[in-house]
Unconditional design. Structure first.
Length: 275
């Protein structure tokens, strides 16, 4: 028995020891070598066959493949401890029924909820393929629940920063803060119906004028720089609102449209390009 055979049998024993109830694991293709490449697979059957099968395939010394049901949804993995723990977690979750699969023409999406509440997922496309899995399938294991929670906390932090800057710089001038897929936005109106809009998305900071023109900057350190950039931007917005500054069309044209320029209180020129 070679080294890879030993690793494979050790992995199967580890998985068997973590199964519960009526769930079972059996080798459906014994270790073999095809053209010098090691190949083996094993099938996990859920409780009383009420859940779809999971098939674990070994494609050599570097690659493992975990497939769900008809194989449309799968994860391409390596032999790392993290991957093996994920395999155990997915098997336990599927056997316990904590999964949802969504079908659409030509594709299927699978969400599997692990014991700690995180979700790993896979999106697969249905097309005729051979028996040996084709290359190019990537592991898509994201801790979605934690990411969403982190995203909500991040957005709330941005909202707090923008609100504090608005209170300090806009005085009693009305403003509105919203959150959405594009990021956190603050909108305020100037005299004459003009309006500005700040948007923070990731490390991109944008100041829109009339929705048609945008001044872009990048936040290197969110906690330290966002508050400063928001305060500076809203200070300039207030100057325009009060008539102490104006948006001036520039001679330079971008995509056939003129830019706007704003000379800040500090003497800098902020260029607003067509959005």
């Amino acid at each position: 028995m070679g080294e890879l055979d030993v690793r494979w049998e050790s992995l199967l024993e580890r998985l068997r020891s973590s199964l519960f109830g009526e769930a079972s694991l059996m080798e459906t293709c014994l270790p073999t070598e095809v053209d010098g490449s090691f190949f083996a697979d094993a099938t996990v059957q859920g409780l009383g066959k009420s859940e779809p099968d999971l098939v674990l395939t070994c494609l050599g010394e570097d690659d493992l493949l975990l497939s769900f049901g008809d194989g449309t949804n799968r994860w391409e993995l390596d032999w790392s401890e993290e991957s093996i723990e994920m395999i155990q977690g997915v098997i336990e979750a599927v056997c316990a029924g904590r999964w949802k699969q969504y079908s659409a023409p030509g594709r299927k999406h699978l969400d599997v909820e692990l014991a700690d509440g995180t979700v790993v997922d896979s999106t697969g496309w249905q097309a005729p393929v051979g028996l040996i899995p084709m290359p190019g399938w990537l592991r898509r294991a994201r801790k979605r629940e934690q990411r969403l929670k982190d995203g909500e906390q991040h957005n709330q932090g941005v909202v707090n920063v923008l609100r504090a800057a608005a209170v300090a710089e806009l005085g009693d001038r009305p403003y509105e803060i919203t959150t959405g897929p594009a990021g956190v936005e603050l909108q305020t109106h100037a005299n004459g119906g003009e309006h500005f809009r700040i948007r923070s998305r990731g490390d991109v900071f944008e100041l829109f004028y009339q929705d048609d023109f945008v001044h872009v900057d990048f936040v290197m350190d969110l906690e330290e720089e966002l508050a400063v950039m928001a305060a500076e931007a809203l200070h300039e917005v207030r100057r325009v609102c009060d008539g102490h500054a104006s948006m001036v069309p520039a001679k330079t044209r971008v995509r056939g449209r003129p830019m706007y320029e704003l000379t800040t209180a500090g003497g800098e020129i902020w260029r607003f390009i067509p959005a």
